[in-house]
Ligand binder design. Structure first.
Ligand SMILES: [Zn+2]
Length: 186
């Protein structure tokens, strides 16, 4: 691990884990992919390994990230999807040329058209976002209950009552805050 750079928050849903690379949007935002290399590192974790990333490709990624965040937030609160966000998601989806391949073990892998094709990786993320925003997957889009976060996340819990985007950070912080408030009151 490189020192001094914020750690990743790794969720199980590709698109909302990607939007989670910027956290605390309503507090003091933490940028978890501040450099092209950090995006390369993040993509590798999700099976979308590329060998390089240019600053321009990082910009394409961040634009996609904020578009997914905007569209997923609107979907979670049942508002109309922002047209600009939809346009960016579609653009990244159309540009991507990754192919799904089946391994002999029966797992899905992504094959990018070239080792430097960050655009292909972004296409996979855009496609994942489309499937959850379109309501095609088993789960529900919701917003994190932390007032400084409000991240859109995909709730796949049986009861669909998950409150926080991430149990280890937002969930824990809320629990601690409540505990401290109780202690002060008593
Ligand atoms: Zn959160």
């Amino acid at each position: 691990m490189r020192t001094g750079l914020p750690e990743f928050r790794l969720g199980s849903v590709l698109a909302t884990s990607f939007t989670g690379t910027l956290s605390e949007r309503h507090g003091e935002p933490v940028e978890r992919i501040p450099t092209p290399q950090r995006l390369v590192d993040w993509l590798a974790v999700y099976g979308l390994a590329v060998d390089s990333c240019t600053p321009a490709q990082l910009e394409l990624a961040k634009e996609l990230r904020e578009a997914i965040h905007a569209a997923a937030t609107a979907a979670a609160i049942r508002e109309a999807l922002p047209a600009a966000a939809v346009a960016v998601i579609n653009d990244r989806s159309v540009r991507g040329r990754a192919a799904a391949v089946l391994t002999p073990e029966g797992e899905r892998r992504w094959r990018l058209s070239s080792p430097s094709a960050v655009e292909d990786a972004l296409g996979v993320i855009a496609d994942d976002a489309i499937s959850i925003i379109a309501g095609e997957r088993d789960g529900k889009l919701a917003l994190c209950a932390s007032p400084t976060c409000k991240a859109a996340f995909f709730d796949t819990s049986q009861s669909r009552t998950r409150k926080w985007c991430d149990m280890n950070t937002c969930g824990n912080r809320q629990k601690k805050a409540r505990f401290n408030a109780k202690r002060t009151a008593s």
